[in-house]
Design a protein around this ligand. Sequence first.
Ligand code: GDP
Length: 198
Amino acid sequence: MATRFPVPLQFRFVTSAKRHIDLPESPCEVALVGRSNVGKSSLINALANRRQLAKVSNTPGRTQLLNLFELPGGGTVVDLPGYGYAAVPGREKAGWQAMIEHYLLEREPLELVFVLVDGEIGPTKLDVQMLTWLRENGVPHTVVATKLDKVKPSKLATRKRDLAKGCELDPGDVFWVSAAKGDGIEHLARHVTTLLTP
Ligand code: GDP
């Protein structure tokens, strides 16, 4: 699912960690979070214009870790574990949640969290919970709606309005992307670059 656009982000996978305190220092960082299957790996690959980059974070064992990528300027991107695996037992789920929450509240260089929401189905209950939690805790975040190509053009305006409303946002505040077709990828890549330029 590689996508061609002029300025891909030169991500380099650096490390995986169980706790944010084990991550390397960074001048500035953004994080990606979303339920499993939302299209997070595909988006990372599309932003980097590489097919297999996010495979590292999808490798069994790493899906439950914080995966850190670095850009040439030193800025970092952290891929957080996907939430909402139904099969995960309660105790393990609580462990993931604690890991994510500690990261989001305590990671000093964190500038912004991109919350990925499936553009085809809109925000799920878990997405809304995540957004509410981020708001309540004052963690800066932006919603990225994925799989734009799966929305029929005739339904797009309504879907954009409804998805934004479900997230309690204005439609203009949501980034829409298609990792499959490339739409919106360059715009998002530029935004990430701006955020990560120290
Ligand atoms: P993750 O679990 O969040 O990392 O999700 P993946 O990136 O593995 O994607 C989950 C599924 O959605 C896969 O079958 C992808 O091929 C599909 N997918 C991801 N992004 C897009 C997209 O932009 N368009 C379409 N049509 N499918 C996508």
